[in-house]
Design a protein around this ligand. Structure first.
Ligand code: HEC
Length: 225
C-alpha cells in the first residue's frame, strides 16, 4: 500500500513511533538530564584544560591532575615566595612571604567557602575572595559598580593581571572546574603577608597595564592588512 506522498505503509510503521518519541523527548527527564550533564562536563573540561595550560599547578601544587596535592596549595615552606628587595638580597626589607593557596573546594581550608562569582572576581580583578563580597562587579573604579572602595588584592606572584584577559566564559569554566570538578582536600595554607594597602600600589595601570587591553594595532604593533 502506498500513501499519496509515496510513503509506504511499511515506512509509516516506524515513522509514527519515531515521531512520537521525538515529540515526547523534551519531556523525558532522563534525556534532558543527560543533556545538561554534557554541558556541565564540557565546561569543567574547558576549565581543566585552561588550568593545565596556564600552569596553575606550578604554584598551587601537583604535577598533573592524577598526582597528590593537585591544586591543594603549598605544603612546605620552600613553596613560599619572597616579595620585595629580600627576593634578591637576603635579609633586605621590606620582605613579604606569600603563599599559594588551596584551590580545591574544601569548605574550611579551600575554595568551598567562596562562590564561583568570587573566584571569577579574583581572576578578572585580582580581588581576594576572602575579603570581597559575592557581587557582580561592573566597574574598576573603587567604590563604583560594586568594585570595593578599599580593594584587597591577591598577593604577587599570583598572575591575575595576565589571567584577567581570558574571556568571561573561560574564567567561569576555571571557577566551575575548581569548585565542581575537584575533590576537596584539607590543607590550611597560612595567610600571605602584605603591605597595608593590600598591594594596591603594586597593581596600578602603569605597572600592570589596562583592562581591557588597548585596541589593536597600538604604536608597537603591525596590522597585516
Ligand atoms: C606564580 C605562582 C602562581 C600561579 C602560576 C598561579 N597562582 Fe593563584 N595564587 C598564587 C599565590 C601566591 C596566591 C595567594 C595570594 C594571597 O594570599 O593573597 C594565589 C591565590 C589564588 C586564588 C585565591 C585563593 C584564595 O583562597 O584566596 C585563586 C582563586 C587562584 N590563585 C587561582 C589561580 C588559578 C586559577 C591559576 C591558573 C590560571 C593560578 N592561580 C596560578 C600564586 C600563583
Amino acid at each position: 500500500m502506498s500513501t499519496p506522498s509515496g510513503i509506504t505503509f511499511r515506512h509509516l510503521t516506524w515513522i509514527l513511533p519515531l515521531g512520537a518519541v521525538l515529540a515526547l523527548a523534551p519531556f523525558r527527564p532522563a534525556s534532558s538530564h543527560k543533556k545538561i550533564d554534557q554541558g556541565v562536563r564540557a565546561q569543567l573540561l574547558l576549565g581543566r584544560s585552561l588550568v593545565l595550560n596556564h600552569d596553575c599547578n606550578g604554584c598551587h601544587g601537583g604535577a598533573d591532575p592524577a598526582s597528590a596535592g593537585w591544586l591543594a596549595g603549598m605544603t612546605t615552606p620552600d613553596q613560599e615566595f619572597l616579595i620585595g628587595p629580600c627576593a634578591l638580597t637576603p635579609g633586605a626589607t621590606p620582605c613579604f612571604h606569600t603563599r599559594p593557596r588551596n584551590l580545591t573546594p574544601d569548605n574550611v581550608t579551600g575554595l568551598g567557602r567562596f562562590t564561583e562569582r568570587q573566584i571569577f572576581n579574583a581572576l578578572r580583578f585580582g580581588l581576594r575572595p576572602e575579603d570581597t563580597p559575592d557581587v557582580t562587579i561592573t566597574s574598576m573604579t573603587p567604590g563604583k559598580g560594586n568594585f570595593p572602595t578599599n580593594p584587597h588584592y591577591l598577593a604577587p606572584p599570583m598572575p591575575w593581571s595576565g589571567w584577567r584577559f581570558m574571556s568571561d566564559a573561560e574564567l567561569r569554566a576555571i571557577a566551575a572546574y575548581l569548585k565542581r570538578g575537584l575533590k576537596p582536600v584539607t590543607n590550611k595554607v597560612p595567610d600571605s603577608e602584605g603591605p597595608p594597602d593590600f598591594w594596591a600600589s603594586s597593581y596600578t595601570v602603569d605597572k600592570i597595564g589596562r583592562y581591557p587591553a588597548p585596541a589593536f594595532p597600538t604604536a608597537n604593533e603591525l596590522d597585516p592588512r
